[in-house]
Design a protein around this ligand. Sequence first.
Ligand SMILES: Cc1cc2nc3c(=O)[nH]c(=O)nc-3n(C[C@H](O)[C@H](O)[C@H](O)COP(=O)(O)OP(=O)(O)OC[C@H]3O[C@@H](n4cnc5c(N)ncnc54)[C@H](O)[C@@H]3O)c2cc1C
Ligand SMILES: *[C@@H]1O[C@H](CO)[C@@H](O)[C@H](O)[C@H]1NC(C)=O
Ligand SMILES: *[C@@H]1O[C@H](CO)[C@@H](O)[C@H](O)[C@H]1NC(C)=O
Length: 413
Amino acid sequence: MGARDQAVLHTVMLLGGGAASLMCAETLRQENYGGRIIMVSRDDLLPYDKTRLSKIMNAESDSLLMRKIEFFHKYDIEVWLKKEALSIDTKKKTVTFDDGLIQCYDQILIATGCRAKSLDCPGADLENVLMLETPEDARSIHYACMGCRTVVVGTSFVGMEVAAYMINMASSITIIGSSELPYQKTLGPEIGKVTMMMLEERGVKFHMNDAVAEVQGENRRVKAVKLKSGITIEADLLIVGIGVNPNSEFLKGSPIRMDPKNYVTVDKYMRTNITDVYCAGDLTCFPLKMAKGQNVSIGHWQIAQAHGRIAALSMLHREVELNTVPFYWTVLLGRTIRYAGYGEGYTEMVLKGKFENMKFLALYIKDDEVVAASGLNVEPAVSVVAERLAEGRVITKAEAESDDLRWLKLQPM
Ligand SMILES: Cc1cc2nc3c(=O)[nH]c(=O)nc-3n(C[C@H](O)[C@H](O)[C@H](O)COP(=O)(O)OP(=O)(O)OC[C@H]3O[C@@H](n4cnc5c(N)ncnc54)[C@H](O)[C@@H]3O)c2cc1C
Ligand SMILES: *[C@@H]1O[C@H](CO)[C@@H](O)[C@H](O)[C@H]1NC(C)=O
Ligand SMILES: *[C@@H]1O[C@H](CO)[C@@H](O)[C@H](O)[C@H]1NC(C)=O
């Protein structure tokens, strides 16, 4: 990895201090970019591993850092913390920050990610209605749930992980989900059912097909959660994990193209429609090669990193096409479920092993082809599927249904 060459008068600004931004900075230096790199983040912490927030909730901030401060010094990557971008002028090539600073750039990466969506109902602003975004939030939830009647809204990855984490800590845990089963649209109802049972066995209660109508409080603190169905649950703490909104407000008024949901649209080189403006990570709507170039927004750590790398190469005019297969993992009660591919709209599932045995591989089929896989205790099968998809080699339904599992590097199950 190289460092800055003072003779190079060129500045790359990276907005955001997350996975995408850090990978972009590192790739630029690996590829011997000698200009100035300024990473600006509204966080008060150097880039950290966000995925651990819902898994080890009382971690010290320092233990979550992706790189120590010495690393940034050594490779001349300036990191400006606690600074929020308010607007961008793509003609003058400047960004205005909340402290009044106006900074110029030659090329810019926008990687401001997404933030947790808040509840939209009476009482949503009570003191102990918490969301999980920062290490501080994670620690607050860890300490606040001790011995408390806790309600979690949301049965996607974050909600389920947080609920599982609080087992043996909270006095009771109730999860509210808007679908029939957890992960209904992602891992599918079958896995939703097993994971629900896993948590139920440990005393977690579920109210599915329901939603929060009102959070009732006393002295600004949650007392009860009233559901649309009419049920009222007494509670001392409410945790909200109902999805995300893109951090793109500051781009309004700029000519950078966004989709109807305000995600920034990019091409396979992570270029926006404005020259020298790139975007990467959770904030993007990007063409997914393995899904026939469909434009998608996917919030995965691994994708954000892949985007950051491709954006850096594009900045250096060494265009490499993005060709990544989405990969995700989630940890529940010490068990890791891995997922690869893009299963949206799958119509069938081929199952190897048994859910009850906590050892299974699910292959998601669309148009007679495998489009995604998820698995528990079947390493390395999910990665094998990911590799195949990345190589552009079709996995047929017939192949998926065959009892010969050697291609998956698995013994017969
Ligand atoms: C609790 C939790 C658990 C997760 N677990 C997993 C997991 O197990 N596996 C997985 O694959 N993914 C997981 N994810 C998702 C993963 O963390 C994201 O996909 C990834 O962090 C996206 O990286 P990013 O760089 O696009 O954005 P982020 O990491 O969100 O970084 C965005 C950065 O932009 C900054 N910012 C925002 N607005 C501004 C502004 N106006 N000015 C300046 N800075 C700004 C933010 O402060 C932040 O530094 C999890 C996410 C959360 C919240
Ligand atoms: C980029 O897209 C926006 C929104 O669609 C549009 O208004 C703008 O003219 C485009 N700019 C360029 C240079 O293509
Ligand atoms: C994806 O979005 C781009 C605009 O960024 C558009 O030109 C393209 O046609 C879209 N692709 C598909 C497959 O819809």
